[in-house]
Design a binder for this molecule. Structure first.
Ligand code: DC
Length: 228
């Protein structure tokens, strides 16, 4: 039975899952296959964190009000099939993906006001365009009405291996994988309260799937949506 969606609203496909489960790369490819835009919600939390970090390096002193004030420097701009967060009007991709932001982003992402800020930005992007959104709570909290909801999971060893392969462009050693698994587990714990599998989400274990296989499954779900 195809999923149904309100035809008066732009289509939303929500892809959630833990760190390094392949959400963003899969979401980007699904969006390209369907000819719609991708929104990476984690990038917004990263942008707010980077903006705050430029002002105050010690995250143990951050308050919600200060992070929200710093986040006023963030805008979400439609660029090349995606929505990219800009900091003071400029792209800052390397800064957003760097260790300094990655190791502190959970602090900002746990603040309810920061979540409300990010969710409002994401909803306003999706109000105007059909989108594939990826994150932790897109199908459960932000778009409970999404036409397609997917929750990606993968074995921690495999998540670590993929992340290192992407970072270094070569197969990692067992010791490197073990260290990365420890870091992923740390992040899983830090983000656990925000990572909510939506009722009715299609759970896909990507451990043994190729990227193409994951994309095909989600595109097939999206093509089955009845919007008549
Ligand atoms: O997916 P990512 O690693 O880029 O996410 C960055 C951080 O933002 C991570 O700590 C989890 C958090 N996040 C969140 O709490 N809710 C989302 N919808 C997306 C990301």
């Amino acid at each position: 039975m195809p999923a149904t969606a309100d035809p008066s609203r732009p289509l939303v496909i929500a892809i959630d899952g833990p760190a390094a489960s392949g959400k963003s790369s899969t979401a980007k490819r699904v969006a390209a296959a369907l000819g719609i835009r991708h929104v990476d919600s984690g990038a917004l939390y990263r942008a707010a964190t980077a903006a705050m970090l430029r002002l105050v390096p010690d995250e143990t002193t951050w308050t919600e009000a200060a992070v929200l004030a710093a986040a006023q420097a963030v805008t979400l701009e439609p660029v090349d099939g995606t929505f990219r967060p800009l900091l003071d009007g400029a792209a800052a991709e390397a800064e957003l993906r760097g260790v300094a932001v990655t190791s502190r982003v959970s602090v900002a992402a746990r603040m309810p006001g920061v979540r409300a800020w990010a969710n409002a930005m994401i909803r306003s992007a999706a109000a105007a365009h059909p989108v594939v959104v990826d994150g932790r709570d897109m199908g459960s909290v932000v778009f409970p009405e999404a036409a397609v909801k997917v929750f990606l999971v993968a074995d921690p060893q495999e998540r670590a291996r993929r992340r290192l392969l992407e970072r270094h462009g070569r197969e990692p050693s067992p010791a490197e994988v073990a260290a990365e698994v420890a870091e992923l587990v740390r992040r899983d714990v830090a983000d656990a309260a925000q990572t909510i599998e939506a009722p009715g989400a299609v759970r896909i274990d990507t451990t043994g799937l190729t990227p193409e296989g994951q994309v095909e499954r989600i595109v097939a779900l999206a093509r089955g949506v009845d919007r008549s």
